[in-house]
Each structure stands twice: as C-alpha cells, then as structure tokens.
Ligand binder design. Sequence first.
Ligand SMILES: [Zn+2]
Length: 249
Amino acid sequence: MTARAGRRPRGPLAGLLVALVLAGGCVVGGVDEGAPQQPGPERPRQSAAPGAERTRADGTTSVAEFKEDLAAAVDQAEVYWTAQFRESGRRFEPIRRVVAYQREGEVSCGGQALPRNNAVYCSAGDFIAYDVNWSVSAFRQVGDAFLYYLLGHEYAHGVQVRLGIRYDFTIQQELQADCMAGAYVGGSIRAQQLTLEEGDLEEFREGLLAVGDDPDQPWFAEGAHGTAEQRTDSFFRGYESGLSACNLG
Ligand SMILES: [Zn+2]
C-alpha cells in the first residue's frame, strides 16, 4: 500500500505476533468507558495461507519508515473523512493527536495508564495512542497494508464518537469500525489517493483472519470484536461498497 511512491517491505507473517495485534489491538471507544482491556492470552493462530510468504520481502522496515507510513495513513484518514463529512454538509474535526509510547503508563487515557502491546483510540482525550515497538514489530511481520487497516479501525472509533454512535454491544461497535476502515481504504484507492500494491489484499485477509475472536468467545461479551469471518466480511463490505454498507444511519 502506498500513499505516494515507494515500496513497502513486508516481513514474514508470524502467527504469534499477529495474535498479539488482535489481543491488544483495540480498546474500544476510550478507556474512560471502563478498564482498559488487557492483552488476551497469546494463542497461536492459523498460520498464513499457503504460499503467503512468497509475497513478503525482507522485513527490514525501520521505525522511521513505519512512522512515515503511519503519518501517511493518518493524513489519508483526515482527507477521507473530511470529504465524507463535507458530502453530508458537516465539518470534520480530525482526531487531535496520534501518540507513540514505549512504556506502560507513559500515556494515560481518562486517568487509566495504557498497557504495552496495544493501540487504542481514547475518546477522553480524542487521540490515538500506540505502543511503537509492538506496532513496528507487527508492521514488519504483517505488512504495511495492515497498518492502514489498524489505523483505519482506530480512526473509525473517533468518527463514531463524532457521529454519536454508541451501540449496546462491543461487537457492533467493532464490526462497524472494521467496515468503516474498509470504506476508508477502498474509497481512498478508488479516489486514487492510495495505491494498492501486489499482496496488499492478501495482507488484509491474513491480518483480519488473525484478529478474529476465538470461536468460543460469546458475541455479546464485553470486548468482543467478532470472529475472523465476521471481521473480514465487515471490512470487505466497506471496502467494496463504501460507507453506505456500514449502517452509519
Ligand atoms: Zn476497535
């Protein structure tokens, strides 16, 4: 995935790390609404699809490259959402900040220290915060396209807040955010603001497969995000059909 020019190297997909992405990947709607989710058990996931490694490069992505890509993803999210809001006659206020952290407690949200190995949208302060070491590792192993998904998902939580969307169940909020992330990526590609590179769609599929809940997780559980199938369906519904598929009302 590229916002302008340039290749984005991808590392080999490692099940464990991808599981971490999922486990800690999201504190929904802000820690002010409850205790931060602790990263879940590190469970091995289905490994990558056969042949997946063929598409992956050397994995030597630097922190600087990661930050550059993340900044591009944030910029694009602002462009995308500004345009969507404008279409409905509203002004979009970008999410205030995107903050990197390295240590537990370095960043707090609504008085709660954010744990390591996490990425979150904090509604209390209207910012996205991410553990930079953990994120860079995930970036190296899953690939750059997946970074757009993760940023798109967290950014979508900020948009939900702006739209006053608040579902009864976590899973509804999460699957909608996946759909909105898909709409952001797909819409940006159709607008030729992002360019899909070879292997990117596969990265999305693999990444989404990896961030699904355990099949035995009750759908109504606090913190439920949806099964791999549900999350993949939601993301690609938004990707293909745009925001109209996401029930924004
Ligand atoms: Zn989420």
